[in-house]
Design a binder for this molecule. Structure first.
Ligand code: F0G
Length: 362
């Protein structure tokens, strides 16, 4: 069967009917890659898989939620949508709105979003407002607007976003044949960890994977150390991190993320910017997987917990060799500035064959 996106694939698990006009860019069905080289590099006995969400049509996991949110908005007769965003939600909302032929407005923190994301929102014809303020302040304004005007909120407080995003867990379980033992994931506004946990719980229950005694994974969420309100236990007024996607001081789904952590006997913890950059470079250099910095928080968290000796690496009920999945939320091309700052610059040479050969190292 030709693949037609997450709604067609998982229709019976989603709140859609025959009447729902499906607005899709054939999102989802993203690679779940075994990270052999990173396993070797870390010297681990478990299997590590990378769920590469940068392979979605607009380059991030947001497309899963956006196909649902925009389809339902159109079904309900909405002519305009709005979101606050650190960039990826804006890019996705803009693209799906363009496809649906509805108006899209996005409010972004001025100077704090990566270039690739900004260019996407602009090219898809969204009304882009750069707010003098941070993401949390932008979200507050957007919530106020949607309360008072006929415009649909497409931030992850819109429950359809979570419904779409939970399909990433479905794909992982379909691929592995069961759930992983640990799931590592970056946490920003906390919608995605909420969605994955919902997905694991529902799929396990509905598919009745009882022949395996479906053991749900521990959800391991990671915030950047300068933007870690859930870990610190209070909102952060001026969040700081080079991982701009998760530069959030007061996550909308705070309580739900804590519930996912507690129900799954997982953790929400911090990783430093230095740890994020290290993981970001490892993914690109060892696995050929280019992600944006925020996405590398999941691998950074795995490395941190492995070093601490905090992971149970014994065979589990489900898997003879423990299985770990890291979600990589967005593509590296989203943030070319960070990539260029993090890697070796090209050498500029004249057309001198000898010098070129020498530089190549032949
Ligand atoms: N990784 C990336 C690349 C993101 O863009 C985001 C969130 C996250 C992780 C965190 O996910 O918010 O569900 O906990 N980006 C939002 C945005 C906030 O506006 O694009 P979360």
């Amino acid at each position: 069967m030709i693949y037609k996106g997450i709604i067609e694939r998982y229709r019976k698990y989603l709140p859609v009917t025959e009447k729902t006009p499906i607005v899709s860019l054939f999102e989802g069905n993203t690679p779940l890659l075994r990270a052999h080289n990173i396993e070797k590099h870390m010297g681990v006995k478990f299997r590590i898989y990378l769920k590469f969400e940068g392979a979605n049509p607009t380059g991030s996991f947001k497309d899963r939620g956006m196909t649902m949110a925009i389809s339902k908005a159109v079904e309900e007769g909405s002519k305009a949508v709005i979101c606050a965003s650190t960039g990826n939600t804006a890019a996705s909302a803009a693209a799906y709105s363009a496809r649906a032929g509805i108006k899209c407005s996005v409010i972004i923190p001025d100077g704090s979003i990566a270039l690739g994301k900004l260019s996407q929102a602009m090219m898809h014809g969204a009304k882009v407002i750069a707010l003098k303020g941070n993401f949390d302040e932008a979200l507050k304004i957007v919530l106020e607007i949607t309360k008072n005007y006929p415009i649909t909120l497409v931030n992850s407080l819109n429950p359809y976003r979570i419904e779409g995003q939970k399909t990433a867990s479905f794909e992982i379980m379909d691929f592995l044949g069961c759930s992983p033992d640990y799931h590592f994931i970056p946490v920003g506004n906390a919608g995605n960890i909420t969605a994955y946990w919902k997905g694991y719980k529902e799929y396990c229950a509905k598919k009745k994977l009882t022949h395996h005694t479906c053991v749900l994974p521990h959800m391991m969420g990671f915030q950047a150390s300068g933007s870690a309100p859930i870990v610190r236990g209070k909102p952060i007024k001026n969040p700081k991190t080079l991982a701009t996607a998760i530069k959030i001081g007061n996550p909308a789904s705070w309580k739900k993320a804590e519930a996912a952590r507690d129900e799954s006997k997982g953790v929400i913890d911090i990783v430093t910017d230095a740890e994020i950059v290290k993981a970001y470079k490892l993914l690109a250099a060892l696995e050929g997987v280019f992600v944006e910095p925020a996405s590398a928080a999941s691998l950074a968290g795995l490395i941190k917990y492995f070093k601490k000796g905090s992971l149970n690496c014994q065979p589990s009920t489900v898997n003879s060799q423990p299985v770990i999945v890291c979600t990589l939320t967005g593509h590296g091309l989203k943030d070319p500035d960070r990539a260029i700052k993090s890697a070796t610059r090209p050498k500029v040479l004249g057309q001198d064959m000898k010098k070129i050969i020498k530089e190549i190292g032949l």
